[in-house]
Design a protein around this ligand. Structure first.
Ligand code: SF4
Length: 442
């Protein structure tokens, strides 16, 4: 019987994409996917290093896995425990030191080597080189059928924000070729995908060269969107995450002209205070950000924005926090993520003195109330409107289906016919917390 594997994924959509690719690689190498750790011969943890709690969770899962491994040993069975992802890259030695039952540690640019390493009698335990090209070349075209599919088009980051581990764990910016991305997108659409979400730590810095009229020329994100939108059957294109300084005119114009490119932009700012933005090494000011939003809104009337905020960053005063609230008031976000600052080991900000925890907690509560109120206000403006919804899943109730609007709001409807994969017009009737309920327009 083939050996079985189970992958647990922590963190972001890029990790989800990596796990899907690792899943395919292991299946093609003859391993069988199983539904939980206990049954698996190979237990894989694909980790995230962005939040402190995610790495704490890793060590608690490793404790549980060690016990399973010991029990299997008693009945003469072998279990491999593998850690991959960003914590593996950043803390490989530490993981092996803290938990002796871990067999191998693979950085995010090395997990493609796992099937080969598992077949070896002897192999080194840590694999943490930045093998981007080799990794992407090893991927097969996905055969999974889903309405909305992720494609990583870019990895790594050269921005070095003071609080962020990505430049150290994912390495320098790397963009996949246009040909690779196009081939993957086309195969996903042939398998039923209607929406492609292009991923990258800094997707707006996408740059790859192609030969045009005999000359080497760069393709940036706007043109890539245009190229993908020519795929027959592809209905919607999204991308995340972007850095404000990389949003160029070409991309904004593409949003204006390309009806397949959705009018929703996740544009992290982190703080509304110039002092804190400088300390974070964000490379832009609040005025630049507000100017960019104004420019985009001027050209793309229905564009909505979401963002990320860190509160309680070292040195954040009451006045800095007020400036963040003021920026939120000026932009009016459709949705956003906010977190209390937590120091990530090895980053420049980790040696700075943290502010009082009670103050940080109060600020987090305040910002979340403000952002939630804005999200509600944005959603309320759609009540009684008719919107186009791409249906991707069944709902919890009988004959219920769930889809997303162009602005990513979830919508629930009832239909006797299976409507998964269809874009249909829905009259929005009511709003519950952050999701819509409506009726199909026939
Ligand atoms: S731009 Fe994003 S990924 Fe890059 S260092 Fe800053 S926060 Fe991290």
């Amino acid at each position: 019987m083939n050996r079985s594997f189970f992958i647990k994924t922590y963190g972001c959509q890029m990790n989800e994409y990596d796990s899907e690719k690792l899943n395919d690689l292991l299946k093609f190498s003859g391993y069988e996917q199983t539904s939980n750790f206990e049954n698996s011969d190979i237990a894989i943890l694909n980790t995230c290093h962005i939040r402190e709690k995610a790495s704490e969770k890793l060590y608690s899962d490793l404790g549980r896995l060690s016990a399973f491994k010991e029990n299997k040993k008693k009945i003469g069975k072998k279990m491999h425990i593998i850690v991959t992802g960003c914590v593996a890259q950043a803390e490989g030695d530490e993981i092996l030191k803290r938990n002796k039952s871990v067999d191998f540690v693979f950085g995010p640019q090395n997990f493609h080597e796992l099937p080969k390493i598992l077949k070896k009698k002897k192999a080194k335990k840590i694999h943490n080189n930045f093998l981007y090209e080799e990794k992407f070349k090893s991927f097969s075209l996905s055969s999974e059928k889903n309405v909305s599919k992720l494609i990583t088009i870019q990895e790594g980051c050269d921005k070095f924000c003071s609080f962020c581990v990505v430049p150290y764990t994912r390495g320098k910016e790397f963009s996949r070729t246009v040909e690779d991305i196009y081939a993957e997108a086309r195969s996903l659409v042939e398998n039923g995908a209607k929406e492609i979400i292009m991923l990258g730590q800094n997707v707006s810095s996408y740059k790859s060269s192609v030969i045009k009229s005999g000359k080497d020329q760069n393709v940036f994100l706007g043109e890539l969107c245009r190229i993908l939108s020519k795929i027959d059957g592809l209905k919607r294109i999204r991308y995340l995450t972007s850095h404000p300084i990389d949003i160029n005119e070409e991309l904004i114009d593409e949003h204006k002209q390309n009806t397949k490119l959705m009018p929703f932009l996740h544009l992290p700012i982190q703080s509304g205070s110039n002092k804190i933005l400088k300390s974070m090494n964000r490379k832009h000011t609040r005025e630049f950000y507000l100017g960019l939003i104004k420019k985009i809104k001027g050209k793309v009337k229905n564009m909505a924005f979401s963002s990320d905020f860190i509160v309680g960053y070292p040195g954040e005063s009451d006045n800095d926090f007020e400036e963040t609230l003021d920026l939120i008031e000026k932009v009016k976000f459709a949705s956003s993520y906010s977190f209390k600052y937590s120091a990530r080991p090895g980053t420049p900000s980790s040696i700075k003195k943290c502010i009082d925890d009670n103050i940080a907690n109060k600020r987090l509560k305040k910002i979340q109330q403000t952002l939630n109120a804005q999200q509600r206000e944005f959603n309320i403006s759609f009540l009684s409107d008719t919107v186009e919804v791409l249906f991707s899943n069944k709902g919890k109730k009988n004959n219920q289906f769930v889809g997303r609007t162009p602005h990513l709001q979830p919508v629930h409807v009832f239909s006797k016919e299976n409507i998964i994969g269809k874009i249909l017009r829905v009259k929005i009737e009511r709003l519950t917390s952050f999701s819509f309920h409506g009726n199909l327009i026939t």
